[in-house]
Ligand binder design. Structure first.
Ligand SMILES: [Zn+2]
Length: 105
């Protein structure tokens, strides 16, 4: 599904005389997204429109996923469920590696 934004001039005309409730909602969403770091490597992230599920029942702004600036992991910000695994991220050790290391000591 392709996301097509409405014509900005048409939108401006539709919003003339209406109370601005979107700016505060967008600022709250941006602050929330900025507060999140990558669950894999801890690096900063940036929001990416969730094109498969762009609208929330209780939200005024489009729903976003977050992408890591370093390892490119794409995840859902509330649950931190990974949608795509980053390419640059390689774990220093897996649980299995640590277990084997512990047995050898
Ligand atoms: Zn990362």
């Amino acid at each position: 599904m392709e996301f097509k934004p409405a014509d900005p001039e048409w939108l401006r005309k539709q919003l003339e005389g209406q109370q601005d409730i979107l700016t505060a909602a967008a600022e709250r969403a941006n602050e929330y997204y900025k507060s999140k770091t990558c669950p894999e490597c801890g690096s900063p992230t940036y929001p990416v429109l969730d094109t498969k599920n762009p609208f929330m029942a209780d939200g005024l702004t489009p729903k976003c996923l977050l992408q890591c600036t370093y390892c490119k992991t794409l995840f859902e910000p509330d649950t931190e469920i990974r949608v795509e695994t980053g390419e640059a991220y390689e774990p220093l050790a897996t649980v299995a590696d640590l277990y084997v290391q512990d047995l050898e000591d």
